[in-house]
Design a protein around this ligand. Structure first.
Ligand code: SAM
Ligand code: SF4
Length: 339
């Protein structure tokens, strides 16, 4: 594609498009690798080796980065972590992002444990949606999975998000021992409330074993069709990571996120930036550009934008190729990548 340049300053203002013609408009920004839960598929019991203060991007650096990405055509940013609200000043940071780019669609992925006091503020800043991670409605199992006793808090947040009428998606990772009874119970939430429940394929990141992952991703869809007669797939005009289904008489929708099967790569519009400022074109690559070092080395935003363009042009066709290139190793924690 030919570059479009600004007539007054000759900056390249063409949209970010990779070599397969996919337009990049969505950034997932992990603002911390720290977390107040220890989900067994995400982190070891004693946590990951957390990065020191200087190794992670400062809020000022992330604000600058966000301005640069917006100038490149990014119109949606998801704040994630670790747990975003474990980092002090998260709400104020999100308010500043919105102030500097009023048209930006801001989203949040959270485990719900610490976000309660900030929900009203998130509504006031105009958050476009919250993804709440919740794998079970059983307190004992919640403790087993997350190694913390916090289900009550998360459920209170679930109800408060609905009371505030904020768009809510629930992410539930389907694990080796997630029984049909669990899937049915989780789906009951969808019957009663207007939420999008998404069952996520387990991915082999710190803790999840590869052979279980492959077996499970092959059976999730057929399991849901068996459990929920009348399940009908909905088509979407938008690029979506989840396949969505409706069920007669249900207030919300069910969905599957087939991340491990990598079924949505052909329409991928995403980039990720980890808490240490590594830009990833794909969940499965080892990093395409060290933005932290670049931001610290140059005050020139157009230079940073140019490097982002170059890195995006190297985005591979799909996650299988990205994983192959990095030796199929997935040593990274989802907590530093942001999911
Ligand atoms: N702490 C926040 C939370 O849990 O919502 C945000 C970060 S977390 C890394 C983002 C998402 O990644 C969560 O929905 C979590 O369930 C998902 N995740 C983490 N490890 C995973 C794995 N091994 N397979 C599939 N999903 C995973
Ligand atoms: Fe923390 Fe989210 Fe990872 Fe669970 S999935 S340990 S809540 S970062």
């Amino acid at each position: 594609m030919n570059a479009r340049t600004c007539q007054s300053c000759s900056t390249d203002i063409s949209p970010l498009i990779d070599s397969f013609g996919r337009k990049v408009t969505y950034l997932r920004l992990s603002i911390t690798d720290r977390c107040n839960l220890r989900c067994r598929y995400c982190m070891p019991e004693d946590g990951v080796n957390v990065l020191d203060h200087k190794s992670i991007l400062s809020y000022e650096e992330m604000e600058r980065l966000s301005r640069i990405f917006v100038s490149l055509g990014v119109n949606k940013i998801r704040i994630t972590g670790g747990e975003p609200f474990v980092r002090k000043g998260c709400l104020e940071f999100m308010e500043r992002l919105k102030e500097q780019s009023p048209g930006l669609s801001l989203h949040l992925t959270t485990n719900g444990v610490a976000v309660g006091p900030y929900l009203q503020g998130l509504k006031e800043l105009g958050i476009k949606g919250i993804n709440l991670s919740l794998d079970t409605l059983d307190a004992e199992r919640f403790k087993e999975i997350t190694r913390r006793d916090k289900l009550e808090k998360v459920l209170a947040v679930f109800h408060e998000i609905l009371r505030l009428e904020l768009p809510l998606k629930v992410n539930a990772v389907v694990q080796e021992d997630t029984g049909d009874d669990e899937l049915l119970r989780m789906a009951q939430l969808v019957k009663d409330y207007p939420v999008a429940m998404r069952f996520i394929e387990l991915m082999p990141f710190s803790g999840a074993e590869e052979h279980h992952v492959i077996e499970m991703s092959q059976t999730l869809e057929s399991r849901l069709f068996k459990l929920f007669p009348g399940l009908t797939e909905l088509s979407s005009k938008h690029v979506e990571t989840a396949r969505k289904f409706s069920l007669p008489g249900y207030a919300g929708t069910l969905g599957i996120i087939e991340g491990e099967s990598r079924k949505f790569c052909a329409t991928c519009n995403k980039l990720r930036v980890t808490s240490s400022g590594m830009m990833k074109n794909c969940l499965y690559d080892q990093g395409a550009l060290n933005l932290r070092d670049l931001l610290r080395a140059t005050p020139d935003d157009s230079e940073v934008a140019g490097e982002i363009r170059k890195a995006v042009s190297k985005k591979l066709k799909n996650g299988m190729e990205a994983a192959k290139l990095n030796g199929n190793s997935s040593e990274d924690s989802m907590a530093s990548i942001g999911g």
